[in-house]
Design a protein around this ligand. Structure first.
Ligand code: NAD
Ligand code: 3PG
Length: 533
């Protein structure tokens, strides 16, 4: 059945066409995002949800989205999506990180000019036939200092434009390297220095717990008198009442505001203030940017729903469309290795180490780790996938380590998963053969070559006569056919294991009989999801 996507905000119809061309059914209902109740009613029918900033993807909506696999944000900011809630439910959240950055940077520059020269008021006055030539005395921006708070994609574009306009640019961004700052022609400074030196301040950070309210009464007090502030990032970055106080006192000479604490902003004290230029969250609103983000989000979502490729996901490692088919068998391998250990380990796991040997070390190991972790914790939490597994593992305080090494044995590459509990360490290794099927190649350090079946029986036992007979007999008596029977031991007469691939589940009541045998240490029924093997 074709996957179904709902577009619940206004998006270029390019997106709709791309979904259709790629075999995805699409409902384009651009006003639905604003109708919370209706959205809650219908969301359960969809595999994908494409949005802009109007649709609020809350925990409640996610709980109702029982089939949802991907949320695509046609734009940059994802603060309207409850990402932890989506991740816990295994839903990928992706954005389009570059599609509207030039457009938004241009809007910031436009607002800077508008505020410097009071263009909107001058325009309104001229249209009214007033010719108030003396009323509108502006300031030049040439030679002035621009303070950039946040120097990522948009901030960097603003920086290069401002340098071209002969401004001196200082930037505060903890993640900006000296090298990158030099490349952009900006001076990297601490926040307080920026506040003290800037004639214009422009904000380009995401809205996070760290950046919320970054412009407040305290920071305004540290600014130059006559500073002009531009915000094309997010409303919550500025405490609006503090900005209003700054404007009223004359400390702040002007502000260009595209984004508001509450949106849509139909009422706001900033409205009507002198030299406050407001736009209704228009940063991304050019035809070019809207084409870019619509095309990108539809391609990314369709690639994921149809091919399993992941790009620009906030909560999952990327998998390109080219690598997806090559990676797929190894994703399955990682998952079954995790599933094996998850099923045989009863104590709480404290540490996990995932070793990538040979060719597997060259692969997308982040994705493989996510798959292994999903397999590992599925026996406890069932509703988990590659998106939610890392977050769930972290929530449980499990430490995850990754080791990569060159080819070290007969296989071109393999993955080895070791887990520690308070009482023991357990490991299993596996590889994929050229048929694309996963094989277990080592358990507890004992070599074997076992196919993975939906139903399996695993025993640890003494290397003593009678084990094959016992297991063969009990399976025969229970009417369970053995598809494959693998044995391994560390040394003659030492520790041994048996792994049986069965055509039906091994009966629970017969398990006791197996466990009672003097040479058997443990016996466990295992189940694997063999879809795609
Ligand atoms: N008005 C609009 O229509 C519009 C359009 C696009 C984007 N945006 C907003 O602009 C924001 C920035 O977009 P971007 O593409 O440049 O994002 P980005 O991720 O490329 O850059 C954000 C930068 O902020 C920096 N940063 C993070 N925390 C910081 C902190 N505490 N102090 C200083 N810097 C910090 C990061 O290091 C990063 O370099 C988006 O998150 C979005 O909310 C608004
Ligand atoms: O984060 C973004 O990309 C912008 O805020 C654009 O938002 P919009 O798509 O709602 O215009």
């Amino acid at each position: 059945m074709a996957p179904r996507v709902l577009v619940s905000d206004k998006l270029s119809t390019t997106a709709v066409q791309i979904f259709k061309d790629r075999g995805v059914e699409v409902d384009y209902l651009p006003d639905l995002g604003k109708d919370k109740e209706k959205l809650l009613e219908v969301i359960g029918q969809y595999d994908g949800l494409a949005i802009r900033s109007a649709t609020k993807v809350t925990e409640k909506l996610i709980a109702a989205a029982t089939n949802l696999k991907v949320i695509g944000r046609a734009g940059i900011g994802v603060d309207n999506v409850d990402i932890p809630a989506a991740s816990r439910r295994g839903i990928i959240v992706m954005n389009t990180p570059f599609g509207n950055s030039i457009t938004t940077a241009e809007h910031a520059i436009a607002l800077m000019f508008a505020v410097a020269r009071q263009l909107p008021e001058a325009n309104a006055s001229t249209h009214a036939g007033k010719w108030e030539k003396n009323r509108f005395m502006g300031v030049e921006i040439t030679g002035k200092t621009l303070g950039l708070i946040g120097c990522g994609n948009i901030g960097s574009i603003v920086a290069t434009r401002a340098v071209g306009l002969k401004m001196h640019v200082v930037a505060f961004d903890p993640f900006l390297s000296e090298h990158r700052a030099e490349e952009l022609g900006v001076e990297k400074v601490e926040l307080d220095e920026l506040l003290a030196r800037a004639d214009f301040i422009t904000l380009h950070t995401p809205l996070t717990d760290k950046t919320r309210n970054i412009i407040n009464a305290d920071s305004i007090a540290k600014m130059k008198t006559g500073v002009r502030i531009i915000n094309c990032a997010r409303g919550g970055l500025i405490v609006e009442k503090d900005l209003i106080a700054g404007l009223k006192s004359g400390k702040v000479a002007g502000a260009g505001i595209d984004v508001f604490e509450v949106e849509p902003a139909d009422q706001n004290e900033l409205f009507g203030m002198d030299n406050v230029v407001c736009t209704p969250h228009l940063g991304a609103s050019t035809s070019e940017a809207q084409e870019n983000v619509a095309l990108q989000v539809a391609e990314q979502m369709a690639d994921y729903l149809v091919k399993g490729a992941v790009s620009n996901a906030i909560n999952m490692p990327s998998i390109t469309a080219e690598e997806a088919p090559r990676l797929k068998p190894f994703v399955k391998l990682a998952e079954v290795l995790g599933a094996f250990v998850g099923q045989v380990t009863e104590d709480p796991i404290t540490e996990v180490e995932i070793l990538f040997d040979g060719q597997t070390a060259q692969m997308n190991t982040k994705a493989l780790i996510s798959a292994a972790l999903a397999g590992l914790i599925r026996p406890q939490v069932s509703d988990v996938n590659m998106v939610s597994a890392p977050i769930m593992v972290k929530e449980r305080g499990i430490i995850v380590a990754e080791v990569k090494r060159d080819k070290s044995g007969v296989f071109d590459g393999y993955i080895k998963l070791s887990v520690k509990t308070e009482h023991m360490t357990r490991s299993i290794a596996g590889t994929c053969f050229s048929d694309g099927k996963p094989r277990f190649i080592q358990i507890k350090g004992i070599n074997l070559d076992a196919e993975v079946g939906q139903h399996m029986l695993y025993t640890t036992n003494a290397d003593a006569p009678g084990i094959i007979g016992l297991l063969g007999t009990v399976c025969g008596e229970s009417g369970v056919n053995i598809a494959n029977f693998q044995l391994g031991r560390d040394r003659p007469g030492g520790n041994a294991i048996a792994l049986l691939y069965l055509d039906a589940p091994f009966p629970e009541d017969v398990l006791a009989k197996v466990r009672d045998h003097k040479s058997i240490d443990s016996a466990k029924r295992l189940q694997f999801d063999v879809n795609g093997i």
